[in-house]
Design a protein around this ligand. Structure first.
Ligand SMILES: Cc1cc2nc3c(=O)[nH]c(=O)nc-3n(C[C@H](O)[C@H](O)[C@H](O)COP(=O)(O)OP(=O)(O)OC[C@H]3O[C@@H](n4cnc5c(N)ncnc54)[C@H](O)[C@@H]3O)c2cc1C
Length: 371
């Protein structure tokens, strides 16, 4: 979140310093992301912002020359039960109302999109061809390069210890190297955001929620969409995977119940669980070798929606936190909007829709099935 935001602000002539306690960009949770980029949500704010992100990411190479591994492969949600078919079809109504390019497709089309998909009980599915995927590592480094070329001053290996205020206004930050003064501070500290609020007397409801992922050896490219299996299985909810620009299959699942923790060590239970799910959907993958797995943190909010706002109680303080499991896909679009809020007081998309991300909401409810 910090890197694209700094890039946007510097592009508008603002002098920006980014402090990161890690030694290089993207070493927080960004490198845990598997690379999925979609706009097919059920909340209008996420839809609009991710459409902006897709515009930015899909034209990145043409505009800036760096290959970020973008593939417009779409997302396909196969339905294996009547209940899931109904949920997906209900959701389609809202999604199409918001202008998303998503449709119900029959069994033959799902088989064409995912050759070798298990046909037992398959009823069809949804397909949104405009969604895609990128390499999180290439993307963050390409954005970092652009930010630096626009004059952003990155201070790596420098931890922010305190946000400085004076008479209800932002005055800067104190880091492991000293004090820096500025009338504006943006907190974009991912899963660590909550700790910054305590001394300021504001509660930032962001909680670390662990998720694991993995990657296989490369095999001949044979499918393009992200496949999302919504069936619940012991220990997991959704399971999803795609074949990346280097032809490796990258996969993850949603633990059920959620695991509220900061522990990033991989577990021994994940691989047997995820391997079973992969073979259940594409049986021909039974001999594929898995190269590695990893574990990272979703910076979760209670309602699964990010917090992107100006803090009313402290003039000059902004929040771009709680990106949950979608920071990579929301990041570029949110960066444009937060930069615009700082510069003009208004987001790029309509105020009414952007209000979905306000800090001053009740955090009740959760998004429909597409977590
Ligand atoms: C397994 C897994 C798969 C995922 N897959 C996807 C996906 O396919 N698509 C997608 O969109 N998202 C995905 N995500 C979610 C995504 O990784 C996160 O939403 C995103 O990284 C959050 O971005 P962020 O900038 O808020 O946090 P981070 O990327 O964690 O960045 C926060 C930064 O703040 C720095 N920081 C924190 N505290 C301090 C301090 N006191 N001083 C200085 N620096 C500090 C950290 O060092 C870090 O660099 C996935 C996550 C996981 C775990």
């Amino acid at each position: 979140m910090g890197v694209p935001t700094s890039m946007e602000l510097a592009g508008q002539g603002i002098s920006v310093v980014v402090f990161d306690r890690n030694p290089s960009p993207g070493q927080g949770q960004n490198k845990s992301a598997i690379g999925g980029i979609r706009a097919t949500f059920s909340d209008p704010g996420k839809i609009r912002v991710c459409q902006q992100s897709i515009d930015i990411l899909s034209s990145w190479e043409e505009k800036y020359g760096d290959d970020i591994g973008w593939q417009r492969g779409g997302y396909c949600f196969p339905a294996y039960t009547e209940e899931i078919e109904r949920q997906l079809k209900d959701l389609l109504v809202t999604q199409q109302e918001h202008g998303l390019n998503i449709n119900w497709v029959d069994v033959d089309k799902v088989k064409e999109l995912a050759p070798g998909i298990n046909p037992d009980g398959l009823r069809g599915g949804t397909f949104s061809p405009d969604d895609g995927n990128v390499s999180p590592l290439r993307t963050i480094n390409a954005a970092y390069k652009q930010a630096v070329s626009r004059g952003v001053d990155f201070h790596f290996d420098e931890e922010v210890l305190e946000i400085l205020t004076e008479k209800g206004k932002i005055n800067g930050v104190r880091t492991t190297n000293g004090e820096y003064h500025s009338p504006v501070v943006i907190i974009a500290a991912g899963a660590d955001a909550r700790g910054f609020g305590v001394p300021l007397g504001i509660d930032i409801p962001v909680f670390p929620d662990t998720h694991e992922a993995g990657i296989t050896e490369p095999v001949k490219h044979f499918f393009t969409p992200m496949i999302v299996d919504l069936r619940e299985r012991p220990g997991s909810g959704n399971f999803y995977f795609y074949q990346n620009y280097e032809s490796q299959i990258v996969f993850s699942l949603t633990p059920d119940p959620q695991i509220w923790d900061e522990n990033r060590l991989t577990t021994s239970s994940y691989l047997p669980m995820v391997a079973r799910r992969l073979i259940e959907v594409i049986p021909r993958l039974k001999n594929i070798r898995i190269r590695r797995t990893w574990r990272g943190l979703y910076p979760m909010t209670p309602d699964g929606i990010p917090i992107v706002d100006r803090v009313r109680e402290i003039s000059g303080l902004y929040l771009a936190v709680g990106l949950c499991g979608q920071g990579l896909m929301l990041g570029p679009g949110i960066a444009k909007n937060i930069a615009s809020i700082i510069m003009t007081g208004k987001p790029v998309i309509s105020d009414e829709v952007f209000r979905e991300f306000t800090y001053y909401r009740n955090y009740e409810g959760a998004e429909e099935i597409l977590k």
